[in-house]
Design a protein around this ligand. Structure first.
Ligand SMILES: Nc1ncnc2c1ncn2[C@@H]1O[C@H](COP(=O)(O)OP(=O)(O)OP(=O)(O)O)[C@@H](O)[C@H]1O
Ligand SMILES: [Mg+2]
Length: 341
């Protein structure tokens, strides 16, 4: 079964062709970072305009790389899928309209997918051994969530962020320190040259809940940065290292505790912050200590990509969860929550 996927929930335009859920024939990602960097964050209107410019090119490239032309599309592609939420309304619209158009023209069933389900299962693209039940740890630009995955489509939400998401905290801390957007990768890099214990940032453990809160650490970075000379590279490096250490300890400790409490033998990471080198290493170490299997997606599958959407769509297709756009309306859901199906 071959699926053509389109993902445009935020600021990456992506399209992918995936065979039987795991064989990625193409995964094209057009990043808009250069457009948004000067504003220190994603500007929704600019994001939609960039998607409009790029989406056809990206879909064409994904098909071409998978050796599929519009002439043999009908024979080679079985389903079309797209992200329909959560995300920026204008961005989602571009992907959904493109997918609906292709679905109408080629009379292929359309599978609308929740973006967060894509992140949850992104480690399963390359690891066929990752099978439910497991604990999903989604740490992205807009989410920080712990979810028990009983099966594809069967979820128990444990906790999420009460304020800033994990990636958002990295981006905001970077902005405070005068570092470029997105903040996660640059903080990760500079932290390697710094001292993890130079500054003590309180770990927001939110005991008694599985929720997270990162706005306090961000404010602590702001307050500390006013007291020191952040023009000095070693000062910046130390703040980055101490901040990264505090965030990593919080995420890893709570996740491992949750897996133990619910008797889950595997943890899978997803979302852009799963690229973080310290978080990856800390998860490996702590999981080994606690005899838990850890599944980490390759960096290309951590941040937004259409292959993860195709992977979930494959499992939905197996359960006949798809629609024909002329029979049922598929519309965007910018505030979509995780739902069972
Ligand atoms: N090495 C890294 N360390 C920490 N954070 C990182 C790293 N690489 C990327 N990030 C962060 O990942 C985030 C982007 O991830 P992703 O694309 O999954 O988020 P999003 O799609 O914007 O949000 P969501 O999926 O919640 O809608 C940014 O906040 C970025 O700073
Ligand atoms: Mg995302």
């Amino acid at each position: 079964m071959r699926i053509l996927a389109i993902e445009t929930s935020c600021d990456d335009t992506s399209s992918s062709v995936v065979e039987n859920g795991n064989k990625v024939l193409s995964n094209i990602i057009s990043s808009q970072i250069s457009v948004h960097a000067k504003y220190n964050g994603v500007v929704p209107e600019l994001a939609s305009r960039e998607h409009i410019k790029n989406v056809n090119i990206v879909v064409e490239q994904a098909l071409k790389q998978a050796n599929i032309s519009f002439e043999n599309f009908d024979k080679e592609i079985d389903y079309i899928t797209c992200t329909y939420g959560p995300g920026l309304a204008g961005s989602l619209l571009v992907g959904v309209m493109t997918a609906k158009t292709l679905s109408c023209i080629y009379k292929k069933p359309l599978i609308p997918i929740n973006h967060i389900e894509g992140h949850i299962f992104s480690a399963a693209i390359e690891n066929k051994e990752l099978k439910p039940p497991f604990l999903a740890v989604v740490i992205s630009g807009g989410h920080t969530e712990l979810v028990i995955i009983k099966d594809y489509g069967k979820y128990k939400f444990l906790g999420g962020t009460r304020d800033d998401a994990c990636g958002e905290a990295f981006d905001k801390a970077a902005k405070i320190l005068g570092l470029p957007y997105p903040g996660g990768p640059i903080i990760d890099k500079l932290a390697e040259q710094g001292n993890n214990d130079a500054v003590h940032f309180t770990r927001p453990m939110m005991k008694g809940t599985w929720d997270f809160s990162f706005s306090g650490i961000k404010t602590a970075v702001l307050n500390y940065s006013k007291k020191v000379d952040i023009k000095k590279q070693n000062v910046i490096n130390d703040i980055c290292a101490s901040f990264r250490q505090a965030v990593a300890e919080t995420v890893v400790t709570k996740s491992v505790e949750a897996a133990k409490k619910y008797g889950l033998k595997s943890i899978a990471l997803g979302g852009g912050v799963s690229c973080n080198s310290l978080i990856r290493n800390m998860f490996k170490k702590e999981c080994k200590k606690n005899k838990i299997n850890i599944f980490l997606p390759s960096p290309v599958f951590c941040t937004d990509n259409a292959a993860m959407i195709a992977h979930v769509a494959y499992h939905k297709a197996l359960k006949k969860k798809y629609v024909y756009p002329n029979k049922q309306v598929v519309s965007i859901k910018p505030s979509l929550e995780l739902e069972n199906w």
